[in-house]
Design a protein around this ligand. Sequence first.
Ligand SMILES: Nc1nc2c(ncn2[C@@H]2O[C@H](COP(=O)(O)OP(=O)(O)OP(=O)(O)O)[C@@H](O)[C@H]2O)c(=O)[nH]1
Length: 334
Amino acid sequence: MFHRLKNDFRLSIITLLGLSAVFGITPFALVRLWQGDMMAGLVDMSIMLGISSSVFYAWSTGDTKRSGMLLAVIACGGAIAIATIVGEPGLFWLYPCLVTTFFLVNPRLAGVLNLLSIVALMMVDKAFSSTVHMWSFAATAVMVSLCAYVYAHRNHSQRKRLRHLATIDPLTGIKNRRSMDEELNLAAANAERSGLPYALVILDLDYFKKINDRYGHHIGDKVLTDLVALLEHNTRRSDHIFRYGGEEFVLLLPGVDGASARTVMASLQAVIQKRLRHPGGSVTASFGVAQLGHGESVASWLARADSALYAAKESGRNRIVFADEPGQPMLGSA
Ligand SMILES: Nc1nc2c(ncn2[C@@H]2O[C@H](COP(=O)(O)OP(=O)(O)OP(=O)(O)O)[C@@H](O)[C@H]2O)c(=O)[nH]1
């Protein structure tokens, strides 16, 4: 539970807002019902029920986008309903809602929702004792929304940028090892559920250090970016390419069984040998390939592909070695 809260920002916000809304509104609902103000009391109870259901939905389905939207609409709709019933004191409830919408949905949508709520409230006669009050409310509510928008927009773009920095390799623009770990875990879970075969390839350029030493680091970098372009052109859109380390790359091939892996790899090896070049000639690569075994862990899958790659290097480089079933030493090379 704490792990989910720590790793899912929107879920933690939904939970926090849900709890504070329920504990903040409950006393008012009880007092209103106690005092015989049945209408306002029942609206408060319905808001609490709606908010609790959104939190429950977020936890049980993991769909925090939809539940965030639901929570934002319930909170704004509830504030409007309360101001309509109890008049001016109800207006105060809209202010926290105007801020929290920005935590629940994307900044643009939150801005639209806020504007609609402010306009809707301005049309409720009972909510204002004078025109000056109405316009004071409108001006302050728009100011609060604008400040929250600027903050949320900045926060949103910083989070996007951080995610990019954390998951993308800056030289080649493909996903890095951190993203790979996530994708491999997803693939293993999907294979378990659907039975889809997956092939994993570790590709390592041969004698890459010599290219750097002889022609300079910038030529080495160019070879790496050319390789990625070649891989992208010669794999399916559903395949994933990751930079595993310096001159090592991982390919995750969904729906590729042992027989098709051999065809795919033979063609990739030929393309690289023919098209990947440095100023002094062609560049080759060695490959370790492993099919995901039934119930196999990601660590074991990677380790088998890595041992296969090691065998490919040991047997002379520019080779493809296929790992056998988990628990057995690999073999079969090309
Ligand atoms: N240009 C460039 N070089 C890199 C980068 N990352 C790692 N390297 C270099 O890649 C080289 C890898 O050398 P080795 O591990 O000895 O591998 P190798 O020379 O390809 O030898 P084998 O793999 O055994 O065929 C090292 O010289 C690293 O400095 C990078 O981003 N750009």
